[in-house]
Design a protein around this ligand. Structure first.
Ligand SMILES: Cc1ncc(C[n+]2csc(CCOP(=O)(O)OP(=O)(O)O)c2C)c(N)n1
Ligand SMILES: [Mg+2]
Length: 551
């Protein structure tokens, strides 16, 4: 005879779930017991936030929801940041939270928070399970909702009395493939017409272009049209950017070198743009025409209001669009002559040897030790702009960054998930000293899981990004510095290996040695952020004194 928790776990197995990440509470004990006899591996984390970031990254990398499990009230509320991360970042994730029994109330209101309501604005769907009979359908529906475009998080609350209640032997709902509709002929014809008329076209690849299932069709479209492309921060890596058509990445919203091409364009074909990203460019009156191509229609924003849309499954729709325009685009490469000048100015001074290391050199050196399929997962801080701008990618989803919630603390857990999914690839977490310490307790989890993972911690003794903005806005330096632990000892205390880079030349060999040794390594490197102002403010302002498009 099964109970509610058995039905839940059977339904999760039916969805192909391999791992559940979390921190159980006493309300989850029936679920734990059902998991014990299942094929699903329970991965304990040291904070629910780590579990949520790992589950969300599972969804991001595979297209299949990652699952996390917590207790009621305090445990569930620790999932809020992870839920928002998955919601803004369009990452499929299922959160299962416990609750006190709902059929009687023997502990009065102890620990009870209205979790289902608290998560309504942070999820696509947030529901309480009120009877065992509905468990198979609710789980199937949760996965459907989490996975379908636009993907995101779903919360199911399983009260402990429902989890422990004897249940009818219900079978899980079978999973079937769903094909998305392809864009209509009218929309494709209209877009084709605009593309053929364009004299200076550009393609932009955005966040939704990085979905695991969209990348193949995309690469074909770029190759067949030969229109040069740039990417948003979260669209990096969707077409091999070693391609001769890559024009750069919009790490800033305006005034960077890549914006010279954007301002010169008369048409931008925006593939998979999602306005949760910090704007890659700012639309204004008189700017280029924009065609929005994605799974879902464009949100209309003050800075993004496309003139035409191609809505449908991106890969096959792009194939049909390429059929219409291939070989009929005499101006396809009109903006290509700007490419070399843009890319060479972006990578200026990438090999400078001064110490502490400059951000450009750091990005350059990391690229040396990461093979094309290796994965770099960033936390949030100043260096994200430098990686977005300067790090070249050759394979989809090999630079994991969060330009949506842009939360600190996700770098280490997201890298851990990548290392679990791809044990054969090199995986590097890059974190600031601020962001690393927000979830550094997960070093224990990484060591326990026997991951091969290198964590690069950039030591400036400060919340550097905010300190930089403070300086740019002419505020006095105040309130943004701190002391760090001895990172080498800190790593060793977790059973990991710790290294401190003492010269710029030592960075590459230290990283190489860490990857070759295997296991979990922390590499601390002092960083010189004087370049932030020199390049991102002074140099860009001097080059482009009167940028025509303002925020
Ligand atoms: C959870 C969270 N808190 C605060 C912020 C605001 N914030 C953005 S970057 C940053 C500083 C990051 O410092 P650090 O991790 O040391 O990176 P650095 O910029 O110094 O390289 C802060 C406080 C945020 N994005 N997320
Ligand atoms: Mg810092």
């Amino acid at each position: 005879m099964s109970k509610g928790s058995d039905l839940l776990v059977a339904a999760l197995e039916n969805e192909g779930v391999e791992y559940i990440f979390g921190v159980p509470g006493e309300e989850n004990l029936d679920v734990l017991e059902s998991l014990r006899g299942s094929t699903i591996r329970l991965v304990l984390t040291r904070h629910e936030q780590g579990a949520a970031f790992m589950a969300a990254t599972h969804g991001r990398l595979t297209g299949r929801p990652g699952v996390c499990l917590t207790t009621l009230g305090p445990g569930a509320l620790n999932l809020t940041t992870g839920a928002a991360y998955a919601h803004l970042g369009a990452m499929p994730m299922i959160m299962i939270t416990g609750q006190k029994g709902i059929m009687s109330s023997r502990q009065a209101r102890f620990q009870i928070v209205d979790v289902v309501s608290a998560f309504k604005p942070l999820t696509k769907l947030s529901r309480q399970i009120v009877s065992t009979a509905t468990i198979p359908t609710l789980v199937r529906d949760a996965f459907r909702v989490a996975m379908e475009e636009r993907p995101g998080p779903v919360l199911l609350e399983l009260p402990e009395d429902i989890a422990g209640e004897l249940a009818p032997d219900l079978l899980p709902i079978p999973v079937h493939p769903i094909e998305l509709p392809i864009a209509t002929r009218t929309a494709l014809d209209r877009a084709a017409e605009m593309i053929m008329r364009a004299e200076r076209p550009l393609i932009m690849l955005g966040a939704a272009a990085s979905r695991p299932h969209s990348t193949a069709g995309l690469a074909g479209f770029v190759r067949r049209t030969k229109i040069p492309y740039f990417t948003t921060q979260m669209g990096k890596g969707t077409v091999p950017s070693g391609s001769e058509l890559y024009m750069g990445t919009t790490a800033l919203s305006e005034r960077d070198y890549v914006h010279e091409a954007i301002e010169a364009a008369d048409l931008i074909i925006a593939i998979g743009h999602d306005t949760i990203e910090k704007p890659p460019f700012l639309m204004g009156p008189g700017g280029p025409q924009v065609i929005h191509i994605s799974y879902t229609p464009a949100n209309v924003e003050q800075v993004y209001f496309p003139h035409a849309e191609v809505v449908g499954d991106v890969g096959p729709s792009l194939e049909l669009l390429a059929d219409r325009v291939e070989g009929r685009l005499p101006h396809a490469g009109a903006l290509l002559p700007m490419r070399e000048s843009i890319l060479s100015r972006v990578t200026d001074r990438a090999t400078e040897g001064r110490f502490p290391i400059t951000p450009q050199r750091l990005v350059h050196d990391v690229r040396q030790v990461i093979p094309p399929d290796g994965i770099v997962a960033l936390d949030n801080g100043m260096y994200k702009i430098w990686f977005a701008r300067n790090y070249r990618t050759y394979v989809a989803n090999t630079l994991l960054l969060d330009n949506a919630l842009a939360t600190m603390g996700a770098g280490l857990p997201s890298a851990m998930m990548a290392a679990m999914l791809y044990p054969q690839r090199r995986v590097l977490a890059v974190c600031g000293d601020g962001g690393f310490m927000m979830n550094s307790q997960e070093m224990e989890t990484a060591v326990r899981l026997k991951l091969n993972l290198v964590v690069l911690v950039l030591d400036d003794g400060a919340y550097g990004m905010i300190r930089w903005k403070q300086a740019v806005d002419d505020f006095p330096d105040f309130g943004l510095t701190f002391n760090n632990p001895d990172f080498v000892k800190y790593a060793e205390a977790y059973g990991a290996s710790g290294h401190r880079v003492e010269s710029t030349e030592a960075l590459v060999p230290t990283l190489e040695a860490a990857f070759n040794a295997g296991g979990v390594h922390l590499v601390a490197v002092p960083i010189d952020y004087a370049e932030n102002t020199r390049v991102l403010v002074d140099e860009l302002r001097a080059k482009l004194p009167a940028a025509p498009v303002m925020a």
